[in-house]
Design a protein around this ligand. Sequence first.
Ligand code: SAM
Length: 298
Amino acid sequence: MAEPAGASRTAVLVCQGRAVAHGRIAPGRFADPVAMSLLRGDERAAVERARTGTPPPGVSARIEYESLTAVAETMVPRTVAIDDAVRARPNPQLVILGAGLDGRAWRMAELSDVDVYEVDHPASQADKRDRAADLEPVAGALRWVPVDLARDPLGSALGAAGHDEAAATTWIWEGVVPYLSRPEVAATVRAVAECSAPGSRLVVNYQSPSLKATLGLGVARVMATLSRRPDPMAREPRRSAWTPQRLRDLLAAEGWQVTSDDDLLTLAQQRPSPARHPTSTRNGRVTVADRGAWRRRP
Ligand SMILES: C[S@@+](CC[C@H](N)C(=O)[O-])C[C@H]1O[C@@H](n2cnc3c(N)ncnc32)[C@H](O)[C@@H]1O
């Protein structure tokens, strides 16, 4: 099937980053064996070139190589931190907001008795379903919930798909906040809170404000144009960045207590994994927030 119009290109880029990193960066801590299977032919070829570890000749190929290498470095601490937070709070339901080409439902054995709900923009989700058609999930159940977080009511869509508001839920919101405006982020936090029973956990990956990072993104876009390659961010502009305190306040207002909030550079140094691109890793952050007392499942 051809890619549906409007499907996320940044979802492909971060999936490529995980495929580049798999088996090469922090092995034993990071693994995403599913990422490569979710990519199409030309996307895989670019990953293979980056996995050689040797910069190719030619400006265009070199720009692509450096871009994927940098994304791979960022994906490792982000993925490991989120996986750890999910494992540490084994709830019966996992909702992945803006799932893109997230491979957790296919790669995390710990989800074998968990109902996983993949929420994404309808065009991105149609693309994912086509890419994943031949893959067997390891999750207890996998439910598809097409939702535009900027427009559609989240709670009723999840409820119609079988989500139980009375049971604790772990939520992953990874790499999506930057593409939503501040009011859209606030509305999503409210909607998530409304269907989160005590014991729920919300894991948010977001960007903190940074002039240097904004300039870096501008440079990356110019490079993409110069290399005559499609710019993954052309249709997905960044809309919001959050200081840790501002996000903490927003979450607290909806009943979430932040238990950790770390930048990806710190997380990379703890893992350890390389961080040759400190600006992009320093400004990405992972927050873990909890709601009420948690009880282990009987
Ligand atoms: C950079 S990708 C991240 C994908 C995935 N979470 C990951 O980390 O691999 C951004 C994702 O946000 C989703 N997204 C952006 N705006 C959205 C919206 N208004 N409603 C639902 N999903 C949205 C896109 O469809 C895409 O899947």
